[in-house]
Design a protein. Structure first.
Length: 587
């Protein structure tokens, strides 16, 4: 008996699944914190050369704050070269005058204190840098002096973070399919909690970057396996809801990060504050069972039956008798003799239909990640306050996720995915022609809203398209393609320093292309998850794809059947579908 059929008897979304999904989905909050933290940990602040002691004013001994501020302003004016651009004084960030100050007592403020105007010789910041700490008290840029010739290093650190996500994408999906969802979840949780905490105390930029690589891989493992767990424990009618639930908590975490960063202006304090909550999730050890769907796929029927009976008991119902056939209950030694080879990532490409779907999904993930993180990491370029921009950027994801869930419930997966990617791409392209400020931020947030919705859809869509034996592998490799774009997203943002529209042109163009390619994927609404690799290959062969079926709403199960049970109809086998000219498949 397939697990979807068992859920009809024990409850497709009963009390057990509701509590389970909410608790597991909470992990998305710290995942969001660490995914976006670089925005605040490496926030750019104004900086200029520090003046050597022999040339500096004794500003620190001033008792009056106003006088002290005037002292620092005077020193900066006399010691740092500047030019006037559009009526504003712009000080050099990487040069200072060799003879900084002249005349008068350096320990006193008086009108005679000035630099010798005849000596304009400049030098590099050999004495270090001074930073504007009015907004950010410390950042990794300030602590490790990542300015001037080191100014590209924070972007490199973010690329290394995405490389960690890439590595995690490759590892965790395979581990989860081989060793089980529960074990993989807690291994990645241990890594995340320990390494995130240790990062708060790193002594160097190299150590920070190395640990961020591990953080990325571990955090991704927690999120990915959490997503797979909640998707596999519920009936088909509720998969999109629980998938969206994880995304909603991610959005909540994103918005909360802006509040936490506003309250904690020291980057080490912020890193520690967003790391310690990881340890609370070890309490899930007593809540999370192994995925019964995975146990059945691995023919571990006795263990699967224990989990199913636990779910049934919690839901207040009786499990069905004889859940598995006699040959399925055979001793493990006999099963090993008849088992086929262990499925691998190659099965995603071995057959033509599965290969086309997989490559399409990969590209869609690539584009979603590119646009999502490109917009998320560039909030400071929108011309509004960093904290406000980050909070709004996170908050706007919430309606994006919820609206996408409502859309895919009614219109299927394919049409909403196309529309959200299309809107996101158009918004990015329009932003090119708007000056930084509130208007540009508004249009950019429309793009963020749309790309958040499409990211939510592709997560759910991918789970439904990949068969159970390779589902975690498929999700891992899909995410791996997304992390490739994550690695280059900071680089594309850097290119914007040479020609400002480059990032938005790339984001918008790729989003439009991915939207049209999504029309070639088969619809999955109201279809059971494919349980074997062969089912995954056959799924979608009978569907007519492309623009002419774009607005055809998928047909659901009869209204009087399987109501409130989460059961869904099986697609009609392709060899039984007979189409007349001009008609589409009934699926």
């Amino acid at each position: 008996m397939q697990f979807d059929n068992i859920l009809v008897h024990i409850g497709a979304f009963g009390k057990f699944q509701k509590v389970f999904c909410i608790l597991v989905s909470l992990v998305a909050i710290p995942c969001a914190w660490h995914a976006i933290a670089q925005v605040f940990l490496a926030a750019e602040t104004d900086h200029w050369c520090a003046v050597p002691a022999e040339h500096s004013l004794n500003c620190t001994e001033e008792t009056d704050p106003k006088t002290e501020a005037s002292c620092w302003d005077l020193q900066k004016e006399q010691a740092i070269p500047f030019k006037v651009e559009e009526g504003e004084v712009v000080y050099s960030k990487c040069k200072r005058y060799v003879a900084a100050l002249w005349g008068g007592d350096p320990g006193e403020l008086n009108g005679t204190l000035e630099r010798d105007a005849s000596n304009n010789e400049t030098t590099s910041c050999d004495g270090g840098w001074a930073y504007d700490r009015s907004q950010y008290h410390t950042t990794i840029i300030q602590d490790f002096n990542l300015v001037c010739y080191k100014k590209e290093l924070p972007g490199l650190a973010q690329s290394v973070f995405f490389a960690g996500l890439l590595t995690g994408s490759f590892i965790w999906g395979a581990v989860a399919d081989w060793c089980g969802r529960k074990l993989t979840f807690f291994i990645s949780l241990i890594l995340a909690s320990v390494i995130c905490t240790v990062t708060s105390f790193v002594p160097s930029f190299a150590a920070y970057t190395a640990l961020r690589f591990i953080i990325a891989g571990a955090n991704f493992g927690v999120y990915l396996i959490g997503f797979v767990l909640v998707s596999e424990i519920v009936g088909p009618a509720y998969r999109s809801f629980v998938g969206t639930l994880l995304a909603v908590f991610f959005s909540v975490g994103y918005a909360l990060l802006a509040v936490i960063a506003y309250l904690l202006r020291e980057w080490r304090h912020l890193q520690l504050a967003i790391s310690l909550p990881w340890f609370l999730f070890f309490l899930l050890l007593f809540v999370i069972p192994e995925s019964p769907r995975w146990l059945i796929a691995k023919k571990k029927y006795k263990q699967a039956e224990k989990v199913i009976r636990r779910i049934a008991k919690s839901n207040g119902v009786q499990p069905p008798e004889n859940m598995f056939r006699e040959e399925e209950e055979a001793p493990q030694e006999i099963q090993k003799n008849v088992l086929t080879r262990q499925p691998t990532q190659i099965d995603l490409f071995r057959t033509p239909n599965m290969r086309k779907k997989t490559l399409n999904i990969f590209f869609n993930w690539f584009v979603n990640s590119l646009v999502y993180y490109g917009l998320s990491l560039s909030t400071s370029a929108l011309g509004v306050d960093d904290y406000v921009a980050a909070f709004v950027s996170g908050a706007v994801e919430l309606p994006g996720y919820l609206s996408s869930w409502l859309a895919i419930q009614k219109f299927g997966r394919r049409l909403p995915l196309f529309l959200y990617l299309f809107v996101g791409g158009v918004a990015c392209l329009i932003t090119i022609f708007i000056e930084p400020g509130a208007a540009r931020a508004t249009v950019a947030m429309v793009g963020k809203f749309a790309i958040s919705g499409s990211f939510n859809i592709i997560y759910i869509y991918s789970v439904e398209l990949y068969p159970t034996p390779v589902r975690s592998m498929g999700m891992g490799m899909s995410s791996m393609s997304a992390r490739l774009s994550g690695v280059i997203a900071p680089v594309i943002l850097i290119l914007g320093k040479y020609w400002e529209p480059i990032p938005l042109v790339v984001f918008g163009g790729c989003s439009l292309l991915a939207g049209f390619l999504a029309l070639l994927l088969p619809e999955t609404l109201n279809h059971a998850l494919p349980e074997t690799v062969q089912e995954g290959e056959e799924f979608g062969k009978g569907q007519v794809l492309g623009l002419r079926t774009l607005f055809q709403i998928p047909r659901g199960p009869p209204a009087d059947e399987n109501k409130d049970q989460g059961e869904t109809y099986k697609p009609i086998p392709t060899d039984e579908v007979k189409e007349s000219p001009g008609e589409t498949s009934p699926v």
